[in-house]
Design a protein around this ligand. Structure first.
Ligand code: SAM
Length: 242
């Protein structure tokens, strides 16, 4: 890959082993599928392909093709993409197109009516500059009034339980949080993963700067109202309006 963002280089995902991720998030784990299916059914026509950003091992990719759609799926991790490809039933492989790309510099040369980014993949974009670049790249890949559905952690709620120590803030389970960068670092096995805590107002600013509006907002993929209480994340459906 020519261009690799700061986020792609530092989030910890680029070389994460596929077998390890399969154990943590097997393709049979589909608790959130109903929400992504809702977004696709509501905002796409059956013959239009779906853009899936950060597809991982393809658990949602597989559901999209099983539901009769064509999907363009992108991830930064070649091991995950191989796994995702293998998870597509052989009679449907022509419905799934996979791309090894950094979503920050997405370049597919086509536009979609629906893009999704499932399972808190958005926090892997670590800096405001990369987030802005990501929104700009995404906008180029959406038709007018196209939608982008994603979820991300709710910072204040995620930060409950943080303990100040001499070397910074951490949770009792060993995860660390740097208030200067808004980045949480946690070990997944022995691999450090980084996640940015992005507030709703920051997302609103990104929308304003790049021509998106928030169309639907929920406190989780079960579509509970967003209230900023325990258990909430930010589950959002944005629409390209400019
Ligand atoms: C928490 S996993 C979610 C995977 C998948 N969306 C799912 O629902 O199972 C985060 C995914 O984001 C991918 N990712 C992280 N940063 C990326 C980037 N800059 N470009 C493309 N994919 C990225 C990782 O490789 C990983 O597959």
């Amino acid at each position: 890959m020519d261009d690799l963002s700061y986020s792609a280089q530092h989030s910890g995902w680029e070389d994460y082993p596929a077998a390890q991720w399969d154990e943590r998030k097997p393709i049979s784990w589909l608790d959130d599928w109903e929400f992504w299916h809702y977004c696709i059914e509501k905002y796409s026509s059956t013959d239009a392909p779906i853009l899936e950003l950060a597809c991982g091992n393809g658990r949602i990719t597989r559901q999209i093709v099983l539901s009769g759609y064509t999907v363009f799926a992108v991830d930064i991790n070649p091991h995950f993409l191989n796994r995702a490809q293998a998870n597509i039933p052989s009679h449907l492989t022509h419905c799934a197109h996979f791309f090894l790309q950094d979503v920050v510099y997405l370049s597919l040369n086509r536009q979609f009516s629906v893009a999704i980014m499932a399972d808190w993949a958005f926090p892997s974009i670590l800096t405001p500059a990369d987030q802005l670049q990501f929104f700009r790249s995404l906008s180029k890949h959406l038709l007018h009034e196209g939608i982008f559905a994603f979820n991300t952690l709710f910072p204040t709620i995620q930060q409950i339980g943080l303990i100040p120590t001499d070397t910074g803030f951490m949770w009792p389970d060993g995860r660390r949080f740097d208030p200067m960068t808004q980045i949480e670092t946690r070990l997944s096995g022995d691999i450090p993963l980084q996640f940015r805590h992005t507030t709703l107002s920051e997302i609103e600013w990104l929308c304003q700067m790049t021509g998106f509006a928030i169309r639907e907002r929920y406190g989780n993929v079960d579509r509970r109202p967003l209230r900023g209480i325990m258990g909430d994340d930010l589950t959002l459906i944005l629409q390209k309006v400019m």
